[in-house]
Design a protein around this ligand. Structure first.
Ligand SMILES: [Zn+2]
Length: 120
């Protein structure tokens, strides 16, 4: 079964499932993975943050999906951590925050994406 839940990220989705009445054991036994997504605006390759009024790409700002996948061993470790085990260095899944920071660093996403989607 495939379903959607509104949550901030994959771990937030697990908390939502617990709030909905699932137990840790049920999640461990049945959940194959959690994918969290954000649709973000990509940066114009010709302008900086805002498109110049004569930019031919103006109003054609494309969006792209940024995905965080929590599955297999990482999912098991996160569920154990949520039950009280130490987080440890063995949880290696990459978060949406990581991919958005990477997108900004590589110049695909405007810097305003950080404030909008991560904002700390
Ligand atoms: Zn532009």
């Amino acid at each position: 079964m495939l379903s959607t839940v509104h949550a901030r990220d994959s771990v937030g989705c697990l908390y939502r499932l617990l709030e909905l009445g699932f137990t840790y054991r049920e999640l461990e036994q049945t959940l194959l993975g959690v994918v969290s997504q954000r649709l973000v605006l990509t940066k114009c390759p010709y302008c900086k943050e805002e498109c110049h009024p004569v930019c031919f790409r103006r109003r054609k700002m494309k969006r792209m999906g940024v995905y965080e996948v929590l599955a297999e061993r990482d999912l098991e470790n996160v569920l154990r951590w949520m039950e009280g085990a130490s987080f440890g260095d063995h949880v290696k899944y990459k978060t949406i925050k990581h991919y958005i920071q990477q997108g900004i660093a590589l110049g695909f996403l405007p810097e305003s994406s950080y404030e909008k989607w991560i904002g700390e």
